[in-house]
Design a protein around this ligand. Structure first.
Ligand SMILES: *Cc1c(COP(=O)(O)O)cnc(C)c1O
Length: 328
């Protein structure tokens, strides 16, 4: 089946590399492992939001917008990539972040430091809930004649997710099909796009999401719905029930953004076996899940498995205290 071509700006360096992980496979005594390097999308340290932004910014341009508005955590990779993409195409960028600006220079690190270097306007929401703060910021921009364009949390609407349907087509041109794709899932757009794309181009892999912050039932429901909307946008009908979406929520640890021992070990294993850097919030957690699923035999030793690296590495620096050698 062909997928409708949506208007898209060129931001990412595509295709991203597909690489084998022989030393990691050997260390785990397990399946044949490969990695898709969306940490190398080429936009201000890269990541999965770059692909979504190619479609979202084309829409913003077509709508005559002048200011991009979005929200995320203080260490949001989505906000950092949005800020970078905005400058490249001449948009202003407003980022709505929770809490108060840090008062110590040392806390201006990782993605937050980059947001500021990239010239984004940071609006601190204090205790106001995220969606409400974003709505208020949007209305202020509108009233001030700044022609705002609303980019949802994680860039995860059907338009953003569509980028990952295209990414499945890209992958299928790079190598014979994998049995399974493992990725970090949070706002669900990446997984929904991959699921929709796999159906549309008849790519046979199971798409296994490792939830970073939500119960599996909620992620399944949302991904199934968003995959359907994404397929419609691409000119096809797809109706999925939540049970057809695979999500593991066994790795939530102490919650979003709290790096525990499993993430720390996964980061060290990838770094020391393959020279690949993961991040403490998303890919470190997804890799910890991958390692555990292999150890428990849920991922079989004969499978060909692709780990989709979704980026996030600048956040490593915001976790330096937790990652430093013990006793230092
Ligand atoms: C945003 C993000 C994800 C999650 O992608 P969703 O589409 O929000 O599910 C995974 N990894 C990294 C590094 C991210 O920044």
């Amino acid at each position: 089946m062909t997928i409708a071509a949506l208007p898209r700006l060129t931001i990412a360096a595509l295709p991203t590399p597909l690489q084998p992980l022989p030393r990691l496979s050997a260390a785990l005594g397990g399946p044949e492992l490969w990695i898709k390097r969306d940490d190398l999308t080429g936009l201000a340290f890269g990541g999965n939001k770059t692909r979504k932004l190619e479609l979202l910014l084309a829409d913003a341009q077509a709508a005559g917008a002048r200011t991009l508005l979005t929200t995320g955590a203080v260490q949001s990779n989505h906000c950092r990539q949005t800020a970078a993409a905005a400058t490249r195409f001449g948009f202003e960028c407003v980022l709505v972040l929770p809490g108060q600006p840090p008062s110590e220079a040392a806390a201006w690190t990782g993605n937050l430091l980059l947001d500021q270097l990239l010239g984004a306007e940071l609006q601190w929401a204090g205790q106001t809930p995220r969606e409400q703060a974003l709505t208020e910021a949007f209305e202020r921009c509108l009233a001030d004649g700044r022609k705002p364009y609303w980019i949802p949390y994680g860039g995860s609407n059907a338009l953003g997710a569509a980028a990952y349907a295209y990414a499945v087509a890209e992958l299928s041109d790079q190598a014979p099909p994998f049995d399974r794709v493992v990725l970090a899932t949070s706002s669900g757009g990446t997984q929904a796009g991959l699921v929709a794309g796999a159906h549309l181009v008849r790519y046979p892999a199971r798409i296994s999401g490792i939830s970073v912050d939500q119960a599996a039932a909620a992620v399944r429901r949302w991904v199934a719905e968003l995959a359907g909307e994404t397929a419609s946008l691409l000119g096809h009908r797809l109706h999925l029930v939540p049970d057809e979406v695979e999500v593991f929520d066994d790795y939530l640890g102490a919650g979003y953004g709290v790096m525990g021992e499993p993430e720390h070990q996964a980061i060290c294993l990838f770094a020391r076996s393959e020279g690949i850097l993961l991040d403490p919030v998303y890919t470190g957690r997804a890799a910890a899940g991958l390692i555990d699923l292999i150890r428990r035999g849920i991922i079989g030793p004969k499978e060909r498995v692709l780990f989709w690296h979704t980026g996030g590495t600048p956040a490593l620096f915001a976790y330096n205290a937790a990652l430093a050698p013990q006793g230092s």
